[in-house]
Design a protein around this ligand. Structure first.
Ligand SMILES: NC(=O)c1ccc[n+]([C@@H]2O[C@H](COP(=O)([O-])OP(=O)(O)OC[C@H]3O[C@@H](n4cnc5c(N)ncnc54)[C@H](O)[C@@H]3O)[C@@H](O)[C@H]2O)c1
Length: 249
């Protein structure tokens, strides 16, 4: 039987690249995104690789919409084997005291509450069916402190806590939960952020020992490894994929 994966933020960047990589392994893909354009684009891309795929539009910060994408997946495919809990936004890059409370609410709502709601509903289905594998997207900013991203960093440190504590509670039920902590990776989100803050791109590249940004395909390879049975005894880990960036801080 083909495996089934839900990918939030599947319409772009890391989510889209992972959808393609998992489809190459024969995994059926449920693409979840607020963007209909991106979501449908990914569905078309993976269908060309011969797997079954649907798009479910959802704003992950809205609990009802999260519940709905889980229900739609079960209705269509009967189970959930893999969950790439990945949708997120970066914020404006302003110093914290210049940040509006609306921006704080938005980043926390999408990056942290969205991830918590996702695990809440997906894990319930996985455990009922005997287990499953979850990868949450943290960030370099989830393992070290950085300026200009205080709220973002708080949400990504939250993702790390979610990952470790879920394992403490549910590994015994067949659940594996890991996180990835990518450094700057060339996705549309980062391009937009660096266009608004060009000096930060130069700084970022200078601070990476390998002197380049990561690629979505490199991250997709890691996520695919962690999700599948090749990583069967890896649980509660936060894997950095950042060209050595955070290890030299
Ligand atoms: N690109 C990087 O350098 C980098 C580094 C570390 C962590 N991350 C994290 O990786 C994840 C993916 O980022 P990306 O770089 O691929 O960005 P991206 O902007 O290319 O893709 C993010 C996708 O999430 C969707 N999305 C945004 N808000 C949403 C919401 N409320 N509900 C549902 N979908 C929503 C967007 O429409 C988009 O398709 C994010 O959690 C981000 O914080 C990215």
């Amino acid at each position: 039987m083909s495996k089934v994966a839900i990918i939030t933020g599947g319409g772009s960047g890391l989510g889209q690249a992972t959808a393609v990589r998992l489809a190459q392994e024969g995994v059926n893909i449920v693409v979840v995104d607020v963007s209909e354009k991106g979501g449908h684009e990914t569905v078309e891309m993976v269908k060309k690789l011969g797997v079954d795929s649907i798009f479910v539009k959802a704003d992950v910060s809205k609990q009802k919409e999260v519940k709905n994408y889980v229900e739609q997946t079960v209705k269509q495919f009967g189970s959930i084997d893999y969950f790439f809990n990945n949708a997120g936004i970066s914020g404006s890059g302003k110093f914290f005291l210049d940040t509006t409370s609306e921006e704080i609410d938005q980043i926390v709502g999408i990056n942290l509450l969205g991830a918590l709601y996702g695990v809440r509903y997906v894990a319930e289905v996985m455990i009922k069916n005997g287990g499953g594998s979850i990868v949450n997207t943290a960030s370099s900013a989830g393992v070290i402190g950085q300026d200009s991203v205080v709220t973002y960093s708080a949400t990504k440190h939250g993702i790390v806590g979610l990952t470790k504590s879920m394992v403490a509670e549910y590994a015994k039920d067949g659940l594996r939960v890991n996180a990835i902590a990518p450094g700057p990776t060339e996705t549309p989100m980062v391009k937009t952020f660096y266009e608004a803050n060009p000096e930060m791109k130069e700084n970022a590249t200078r601070g990476i020992p390998q002197k380049r940004l990561g690629t979505p395909e490199e991250v997709a390879e890691l996520v695919t490894f962690l999700l599948t049975s090749k990583a069967e005894y890896i649980n509660g880990e936060v894997i950095r994929i950042d060209g050595g960036f955070t290890n030299t801080k």
